[in-house]
Write a protein that binds this ligand. Structure first.
Ligand SMILES: [Zn+2]
Length: 381
């Protein structure tokens, strides 16, 4: 970081002494618009080689690329473990992903470890190349499952938040503590699938060690909101079958909800994003099971935008914010507080028209993500 600041300083010195040198150093500009925490603004990134040395607000130089700069996407809910089983057959939630014997769980038990790890590694590559820098994975298969995803992430530039779950419903506190020592918390199935006592203990132990406790809730059948919130989850997944009064309760308790529009679409359900937002719920997006939808957040935010229309709609900007700023807030991932800085994790999305937010929320394909910058270092997929 020090080195980059020095480069900026050098750049200013050169401006005074020899304009031809500054041309050489900062000939590269990327972007025409930046989605800041305040909204869309004109601006660009200033490059020295592969390093982002400055963020310049205001009209970009003519030679700058026609791109939108956004914070890297945060994928707030994945199950990368079932990526090897893509594409999933059609069926109900219970038939396809319901524990303990749904299609996904049978496939997980049967598949070779190597095949699972390889597919997770591929998914991680896809996430990075499609602009995500942080993801929260709900990893099945107990301690061994955590080991598999850690192996898959070796050498990856992604920042994984790994939430595990015990293999057996009779797991004791010793086993739960052991699991917590290897990951970032627990990501559980719903209160209908798991003995409540186990959920209570998992929540208590996770919170006592400053880790995350999160769970699925009210996906196809409404769960008792009192029992869900009594577990003090950091966030909930789905809530597609919750009552609106349940959403109000979540909003009041400041429990965010992560929705997964493409997964919902697969199961003929509706994420109801405008309704969640109307009740003041903090909403983030996740791609859910990799065997159902590859973990590409650009597609996910486009699905969020598209499916929201039937409920009154959300703006293109909001769809992008759900995938960027909101995800950071929900996961307490590294925050971009006031203004974009040169060393934030940023994605560069090339656009063709003059309405970049609409284009990204509706039409852009993953190939338009021409670069990402992690910690000030630019990388092209
Ligand atoms: Zn899930």
């Amino acid at each position: 970081m020090r080195r980059r600041k020095w480069l900026v300083l050098l750049d200013k010195v050169f401006v005074w002494n020899d304009p031809s040198l500054i041309w050489n150093m900062t000939a590269d500009f990327i972007g025409r618009w930046i989605l800041t925490n305040e909204g869309l603004e004109e601006g660009c990134l200033v490059l020295a080689g592969d390093e982002v040395v400055d963020v310049r607000m205001g009209r970009a130089p003519l030679e700058s690329t026609k791109s939108l700069i956004v914070p890297c996407f945060v994928n707030a809910h994945t199950h990368l473990g079932d990526a090897f089983a893509y594409p999933s057959p059609k069926g109900t939630v219970e038939e396809i992903v319901g524990p303990p014997d749904g299609y996904k769980h049978r496939r997980l038990r049967e598949a070779d470890r190597d095949i699972k790890v390889r597919a997770m590694r591929e998914s991680a590559r896809l996430m990075l190349s499609t602009g995500s820098s942080v993801f929260a994975d709900f990893r099945e298969e107990g301690v061994e499952g955590v080991g598999m995803i850690l192996e898959a992430m070796t050498g990856s530039l992604l920042n994984p938040i790994i939430l595990s779950r015990p293999l057996n419903i009779d797991a004791g506190d010793v086993e739960l503590r052991e699991m917590l020592s290897r990951c970032d918390g627990f990501g559980m199935s719903s209160i209908r699938d798991i003995p409540y006592d186990l959920l209570e203990r998992a929540s208590r132990l996770a919170r006592a060690s400053g880790k995350i406790f999160a769970l699925h809730s009210s996906e196809t059948v409404r769960d008792d909101i009192d029992r869900v919130l009594d577990l003090k989850p950091r966030f909930l997944i789905h809530m597609t079958s919750a009552l609106e009064s349940d959403l109000v309760r979540c909003s009041e308790a400041r429990v965010p909800i992560v929705v997964c529009p493409r997964s919902n679409e697969f199961f003929d359900m509706d994420p109801r994003i405008p309704i969640l937002l109307r009740h003041g719920v903090e909403v983030a997006l996740g791609t859910d099971n990799a065997m159902i939808a590859p973990p590409d957040m650009l597609f996910e935010l486009q699905a969020a935008y598209r499916l929201s229309r039937r409920r009154g709609g959300i703006s293109p900007e909001l769809a992008i914010r759900l995938a960027t700023y909101s995800g950071r807030k929900v996961l307490n991932a590294e925050s971009i507080t006031t203004e974009i800085s040169y060393d934030d994790d940023l994605a560069v999305i090339d656009v063709t028209g003059d309405e970049p937010l609409t284009e990204v929320a509706t039409a852009a394909g993953s190939a338009t993500i021409s670069a990402i910058s992690l910690g000030g270092r630019l990388r092209r997929p």
